[in-house]
Structures are given as structure tokens and as C-alpha cells.
Design a protein around this ligand. Structure first.
Ligand SMILES: *Cc1c(COP(=O)(O)O)cnc(C)c1O
Length: 411
């Protein structure tokens, strides 16, 4: 009998998005004439930049010729891609990296999940609440946790509440933790951390021999000067942090698939015998064994994001989404609804009015405004009483949704 990994059975059934779908279907069947606007999704909607598309086409044509054909590439990604990312995206921040410190992948979700392969199960892990669910669920899958309690907290994980009370930057844990997940700009709250706030975490990690997993999927959406785009802008972070980045939101690659992991040479962990061991070396071993690289045309397309033309066009799309975010944020404020985020990230995290629950607000927004968003409680218990709207929609839909919200809330 082949036994299964029954840690998977501890997972809560994927409840949030199916439940949203069920309520929306029920509503549209009862109200077929209603024009429902969806601001719940965490997926982009604008097309690839023309310069990126060109490079993509060109690379596919390369595959059709004997001279330019590309077979297996380096497992770690082509150095011409890593180098352009380092030159265009890290060096301007004052961060120096070598291509050996960068691992190109087929997206950040897999990286955030796979990284757990190279860490022992008895590490104590700290995760935000509310949170991008991948961090939590992958720790359950590898067997690091016990069962979930009635609130949804898994035994063995240290949860760090992200709320308005702590300005969405969690307090340092009271117990000693070994691995800390931080995501800034944050999904779902759309909020950011300053250099000083990140410095506290870097100092904690160094003092406790902990490693920070820093998810910077939304760094390109930062508009406020001085907000760090990379954890390595903080002194000492190369000794204690792994950074994850993705082309998904930055350049519309959710369907194309490309991401990257940065593991500095000086980052080390400890063996059972107490010896230091290079995390970069360990991850390289894992990647060369279990991965054969992101596809050649995808890497060509990704490199074109950082060409002069490609970056200008990519920026225009980001600016388009951030203008949506401004419209949503200011519309909510005009309707007297408190909200956070939406300045340096494409998500607006609103406080539900009159103390409504996240799901009650969802129902009212759907029934009265015909607008769909995401209940904050779906991202973790501390998300209760909050609600996420995404700025990844089309302009007309965003404007119409905001008008309806202002009408319903009477302003
Ligand atoms: C969208 C997103 C990612 C990117 O995932 P990909 O697999 O690269 O598409 C990573 N982290 C967070 C928090 C996200 O919201």
C-alpha cells in the first residue's frame, strides 16, 4: 500500500475563492441584468509590453534555426538575464550582487514553496497574519506543523498579526524563531515597511541566527521615495536574508512565468553538528538536481523588460494600475471608509465600516454595488474586519465601481 503524505490532510479545503465564486454565481443567477465588476483578483489584466513581446517572438524564431537553437540552458538561468537584472534593478539601489547569487525560476510561488526543501523541520517559523497563503500551507505540507485550531492557526507556527494597530509591521516575536517570512510591499494589505522598520528585523535575524524570507513581488509598484525595494538595502541583510522576486505583477508575466531568488554568498545556516554551511551552495545543489531552468524564450522576454524601451513600456502599465489604486483609495476616503495601502502596491486594504465582518461587507458590496472584492478574513484571522480591493482592473470598471461605492455609502 502506497502511503500518502497525510500532512496534506491537515490543510483547510481551499475555501476563500470557491466561496467567493459560489456567492457571485448565486447573485448573478438571481440578478442576470446586473453588471458585476470584479476587483477581487490578484491577477494582472494588461497585455505584455510591445518590446517584451518582440523579444519573445524573436526567441521563438531562434528555436527554429540551427544557428540560434537553444536546448538545455543553465539550471540557474542565463547569466545575461541575471546580469541585466543586477545592473538595472539592484545596482541603482546600491546593492551589488553577482550572477552566482541569483537563481532564475519559473515563478515565485514555486520558489517560496521549494525553499523549504533545504531547511530542517525543527526550525521555528514565523508567518504574518493576514498572509499570502502559500507560506503557511507549504509549511503544513512539509510536516512542520500540528493540526489547525478553530481559528485556523497551525500548532508550531508563530503568527505575527499585521493590523492597523502596528501599522502593518509586526512586532518582533517574543519567542526565538529561525525563519521569518516578510512580504513588502505586502499582499494582501498593500502596505510597506520603511528602512528603519526592516532594520529591526534584520538586527533580530542576525542576533538570533535566523533567516528572513523576503518576498518582494511588488517592489516595482513602490512610488514613495526612500521605501526599500530590496531587503539588501538594509545593512547586514546579506548575512540573514533570501529575497524572492517575480516578473508576474511587475511585467504581466502571470501566464508567461518567470521569477528569481537571490541568495548572497555570505548567507549561511548550521548543520546538525553546528558547522556553518552556505545556503547558496545548498540551493544550487537543489536547483541543479530538481530543475532544468526557465524556458529560453521566457528568459529572453524577461531580459527585454529591462531594456530601455521595455522598461518604459512596463512602467506605463504599472503607472496605469497605480492610477487605478489612487482612484479606489480616494473614492473610499470620500465615502468615509478608512483604507490602507494603494500607494506603493496595487492593493487597497479597507477597514469595513460600522464594524461589519469581512463577509458581511462582501455581501453588501456585491448586493448593492455589484462589486466583488476579497474578504480580509480569508487571508488569516487578523484580516477579519478588513477587505481587499485590487487595482489590476480596467479603468472604466474601476471608476464605475468607485461611483457605486460612493453612492451606497452616501457621499
Ligand atoms: C503574485 C505573488 C507572487 C508571484 O507569484 P508567481 O508564482 O511569480 O506568479 C509572489 N508573492 C506574492 C505575495 C504574490 O502576491
Amino acid at each position: 500500500m502506497a502511503r500518502i503524505n497525510d500532512h496534506y490532510l491537515k490543510l483547510k479545503a481551499g475555501y476563500l475563492f470557491p466561496e467567493i465564486g459560489r456567492r457571485v454565481t448565486e447573485f448573478t443567477q438571481a440578478n442576470p441584468e446586473a453588471k458585476v465588476i470584479r476587483l477581487g483578483i490578484g491577477d494582472v489584466t494588461r497585455p505584455l509590453a510591445p518590446a517584451v513581446l518582440n523579444a519573445f517572438h524573436q526567441a521563438i524564431d531562434d528555436l527554429g534555426t540551427t544557428e540560434n537553437f537553444a536546448g538545455y540552458g543553465p539550471e540557474q538561468g542565463y547569466a545575461w538575464l541575471s546580469q541585466v537584472i543586477i545592473d538595472k534593478s539592484y545596482r541603482p539601489l546600491g546593492v551589488d550582487l553577482t550572477t552566482d547569487e541569483m537563481f532564475i525560476s519559473d515563478g515565485s510561488k514555486c520558489d517560496c514553496a521549494n525553499i523549504l526543501d533545504i531547511f530542517a523541520l525543527d526550525n521555528v517559523v514565523a508567518i504574518g497574519d493576514p498572509v499570502y497563503p502559500v507560506y503557511n500551507d507549504t509549511n503544513v505540507m512539509v510536516g512542520r506543523t500540528g493540526e489547525a485550531d478553530e481559528k485556523g492557526y497551525y500548532k508550531g507556527i508563530v503568527y505575527m498579526p499585521f493590523t492597523a494597530d502596528n501599522n502593518f509591521v509586526p512586532d518582533l516575536p517574543k519567542e526565538k524563531v529561525d525563519i521569518i517570512y516578510l512580504c513588502y510591499p505586502n499582499n494582501p494589505t498593500g502596505t510597506v515597511a520603511t528602512k528603519d522598520e526592516l532594520k529591526r528585523w534584520v538586527d533580530y535575524a542576525r542576533a538570533n541566527d535566523a533567516i528572513i524570507f523576503f518576498d518582494a513581488a511588488y517592489e516595482a509598484f513602490i512610488t514613495t521615495p526612500g521605501i526599500p525595494h530590496s531587503i539588501y538595502e538594509i545593512d547586514g541583510a546579506k548575512e540573514c536574508a533570501i529575497e524572492f522576486r517575480s516578473f508576474s505583477k511587475t511585467a504581466g508575466f502571470t501566464g508567461v512565468r518567470c521569477g528569481l531568488v537571490v541568495i548572497p554568498e555570505q548567507l549561511s545556516g548550521t548543520t546538525t553538528d553546528g558547522e556553518k554551511y552556505s545556503i547558496n551552495k545548498l540551493w544550487k545543489r537543489r536547483v541543479t538536481t530538481k530543475f532544468n531552468g526557465a524556458s529560453y524564450p521566457v528568459q529572453r522576454a524577461a531580459a527585454a523588460v529591462y531594456s530601455d524601451e521595455g522598461w518604459q513600456q512596463t512602467r506605463e502599465t504599472i503607472d496605469y494600475y497605480m492610477e487605478n489604486a489612487r482612484i479606489i483609495r480616494e473614492g473610499l476616503q470620500a465615502a468615509g471608509i478608512d483604507c490602507y495601502g494603494g500607494v506603493d502596491a496595487p492593493y487597497i486594504w479597507l477597514k469595513t465600516p460600522e464594524g461589519m465582518s469581512s463577509w458581511d461587507f462582501f455581501d453588501k458590496l456585491l448586493n448593492e454595488c455589484h462589486v466583488v472584492g476579497t474578504p480580509g478574513s480569508g487571508f488569516g484571522p487578523s484580516g477579519e474586519g478588513y477587505f481587499r480591493l485590487s487595482a489590476f482592473g480596467g479603468r472604466t470598471n474601476v471608476e464605475t465601481a468607485v461611483q457605486r461605492i460612493r453612492k451606497t455609502w452616501g457621499k
